[in-house]
Design a protein around this ligand. Structure first.
Ligand SMILES: Nc1ncnc2c1ncn2[C@@H]1O[C@H](COP(=O)(O)OP(=O)(O)OP(=O)(O)O)[C@@H](O)[C@H]1O
Length: 139
């Protein structure tokens, strides 16, 4: 059982493809309450900092390039067991392996351009939420 908040981003591919509304609908229909949300674009420095944990991975340059190429929708979500339930809702990193009905199965195009982010632990949800939002932007 994880805590009651997680952090997500609708990534540039899903924004470009016009899926913001459909993805938010899936998220709220699954019982998540949006407690913070904005429309913004990451700088190269932002993306390198956000994904610092992946900096030795071979796809790091590609990931930073992708995440900075257009606007994103970061949000903090609230629900019981938020981190685990949200990762179940989005499905596997690679959409080809994602379960039917998951957000990545429906809206992602590839392992790199996979439509949404979901925090992988309560600790990272708090760090990632604080990266994007100040206290008075969270309700
Ligand atoms: N083999 C790869 N090639 C290109 N990009 C990749 C690859 N593996 C992962 N990525 C990108 O890096 C992100 C972070 O990878 P990670 O393994 O943490 O997946 P995840 O936890 O499912 O995704 P996220 O952290 O975005 O929710 C992925 O969401 C994807 O955009």
């Amino acid at each position: 059982m994880t805590g009651n908040r997680t952090f997500t981003m609708i990534k540039p591919d899903a924004v470009e493809n016009g899926h913001i509304g459909a993805i938010l609908e899936k998220i709220t229909a699954a019982g998540f309450r949006i407690v913070a949300m904005k429309y913004t674009q990451l700088s190269k420095r932002d993306a390198e900092e956000f994904y610092a944990i992946h900096k030795e991975r071979p796809f790091f340059g590609e990931l930073v390039e992708f995440m900075t190429r257009g606007p994103i929708v970061p949000a903090i979500l609230e629900k019981d067991n938020a981190v685990d339930d949200f990762r179940a809702l989005i499905g596997a990193t690679n959409p080809a392996e994602a379960a039917e009905g998951t957000i990545r199965k429906l809206f992602a195009t590839s392992i790199g351009e996979n439509a949404v982010h979901g925090s992988d632990s309560d600790e990272n949800a708090a760090i990632e939420g604080a990266f994007h939002f100040s206290g008075r932007e969270v309700f």
